[in-house]
Each structure stands twice: as C-alpha cells, then as structure tokens.
Design a protein around this ligand. Structure first.
Ligand SMILES: Nc1ncnc2c1ncn2[C@@H]1O[C@H](COP(=O)(O)OP(=O)(O)OP(=O)(O)O)[C@@H](O)[C@H]1O
Ligand SMILES: [Mg+2]
Length: 226
C-alpha cells in the first residue's frame, strides 16, 4: 500500500487487470476541461457553507468547525498530508489510517471546506447500496460529488465487511473515470485493512491509485481534556 498513482503498472501480472488499470491511469491524466473544475474558496463564510452542505457539520465539535472555517487548525500529519495530496494532483484517492481521535475527520474537513463535496460514513454508504434501499438519487450524489469523504471504514459490523468492499469498488471505479477526489478514513491500519477486506479488487484499486497515510498520533480528544 501507499504507492503513488504513477507507480509502475508493468509489475501487475494479470494482463486484463493491467489493461483496466492503465485505462484508469490514463483517464486520470487526461485534460480536465471536460469535468467540473475544483473551485477553491478563500472566504471563511463559503468554507462554513461548504461544510454545512457536505453534511460534515454534525460530525465535528463547534470548536473544530470554527477552526476549519477560520483555518486555525494545528498542523498534524493528516492535515499536512492531505494538503500535499490536493496540491500534487497525483492520485485521486487518499486513505487516512489512524486510531480514535487521531484527526482523520478533521483533516478531511479541510478539503471539503475549501472545495465543497459530500461527507458520508461507510455505514451510511452500505445502506445506500443495499438491495433493500437502492436510492438511485443518493448513489448519483455519491458518484458525482467533486470531493467525497467516506468516513470510518472498518467500523461497520464484521458481517458487513464484504458488502462494504463491493460498494467501495463500485464507487471508486465510477469516480475514477472522472477527475474526482475521494478521501477514505479508517481506524484500521493498512495491514489490518488487507486482512479485514477480502475483496482483491479493492486492494488493487487502493494499491495503484491511493496515497495511503498512517498516523499513530494518540487520541487528541483525550489530550485536550487532560
Ligand atoms: N488539526 C487539528 N487541530 C486541532 N485539533 C485537532 C486537529 N485534528 C483533531 N483535533 C482534535 O481531535 C479531535 C478528534 O479529531 P477527529 O474527529 O478528526 O478524529 P478521528 O481520527 O476522526 O477520530 P475517530 O476515529 O474517533 O473518528 C477533534 O475533535 C479535535 O479536538
Ligand atoms: Mg472521525
């Protein structure tokens, strides 16, 4: 895990898989004039509205909403990595792996505040893609959001891991055909992640297209209250 998108695809042995990956890599590199541009705001009021529209506000404390809106966050490994990921434009996906309170959701919020997008938990994503629910409108929103955050991957029930992995492959494949950013967060580290999700297609997507960032920063909620 953790290789950059420009990695050497010739190492992929399965020819069919390599062809698909090469096509995906090509689509990511193609001129971006045919898709919605990322529209960065420099206004604090806009940052607030973008957080609000994404559905993120309720997931953060008021103090954190203020800090993101006013760009007054402390730098963490995640905030630095995510800012670099946006600036580099090398990979369509970033995966933030870290324990409880390590700052994953807050780091994701910085991108949503600047560019707008949609926030969804893995748990909710599962519901949207379940056969019983099948909300086409919401699936479209998930596929089309310029920036999508899928939060808390790994917190679903063990019986739901397989369904989530399939939904993730579907979402990542669809989004990858366009210039769209996807932020994944997980409390699993990359090794645990590989063990928990048996879906090989998910691992190959992440291996070839994602920047994977792991932090073992402790729980910042606890430090604050200490
Ligand atoms: N960049 C930051 N600057 C200042 N405080 C931060 C920052 N990132 C996180 N925190 C503090 O840590 C708390 C937890 O952050 P966050 O919700 O992003 O963690 P998390 O990794 O998503 O945790 P969980 O696994 O429980 O979802 C925040 O409410 C805030 O108090
Ligand atoms: Mg979180």
């Amino acid at each position: 895990m953790g290789k950059e998108f420009e990695s050497d695809l010739s190492k992929v042995k399965d020819e069919a898989l390599r062809t698909v990956m090469e096509a995906a890599a090509e689509s990511w590199r193609r001129p971006k004039s045919n898709v919605l541009p990322f529209n960065k705001t420099t206004s604090a009021a806009d940052r607030y509205m973008r957080l609000l529209h994404s559905g993120m506000i309720g997931r953060m404390t008021d103090a954190m909403v203020d800090a993101v809106q006013l760009e007054k966050l402390t730098e963490t490994k995640f905030t630095k990595a995510i800012a670099a990921w946006v600036a580099e434009e090398k990979s369509p996906i970033i995966m933030l792996c870290g324990g409880v309170g390590s700052g994953k959701t807050v780091a994701a919020a910085t991108v949503i505040a600047q560019f707008g997008g949609l926030f969804i938990t893995a748990h909710r994503l599962l519901r949207l893609f379940s056969a019983r629910f099948q909300s086409i409108d919401w699936q479209d929103n998930v596929m089309n959001a310029n920036t999508l955050v899928i939060d808390d991957i790994g917190r679903e029930r063990p019986t739901e891991h397989a369904d989530l992995a399939s939904a993730l492959v579907e979402v990542l494949d669809s989004r990858q055909s366009w210039y769209r950013r996807t932020i994944l967060t997980s409390n699993l580290d990359p090794t645990e992640f590989t063990k928990v999700y048996k879906e090989q297609r998910l691992h190959s997507r992440i291996q070839e297209t994602a920047k994977v960032v792991t932090s073992n920063a402790g729980d910042m909620r606890r430090k604050k209250n200490a």
